[in-house]
Design a protein around this ligand. Sequence first.
Ligand SMILES: [Zn+2]
Length: 118
Amino acid sequence: MKNCLECGKPLMGRVDKKFCSDMCRNSYNNRLNSDSYNFVRNMNNQLRKNRRILEDLCPEDKSKTTKSMLIGKGFDFNLITSVRPTLKGSIYHFVYDYGYLELEYDFYLIVKDKRLEK
Ligand SMILES: [Zn+2]
């Protein structure tokens, strides 16, 4: 038996039903289209895009690239998941398991955090 996507009540009747009532359908759809939901979704999409760009540019453990290469692929420097300073005072910015470090002359070092690999 399936449950209403909005309130969780068990659904009777047609197999393809998703909601117990029009009210539940409406509030579910309103929430899906709300600004805050879209904001979170867009942010998640960009984070995944950022990670994919780093992954593309860094097929091995480490790789060097340039700022213009990253920007050209649509990388958004404002969206990261964590910041990790090193003992030497450099700061790695991470997008999930990929990190980057700003080097001189617009070069960037990309690293893959293998501790997060399974
Ligand atoms: Zn319901």
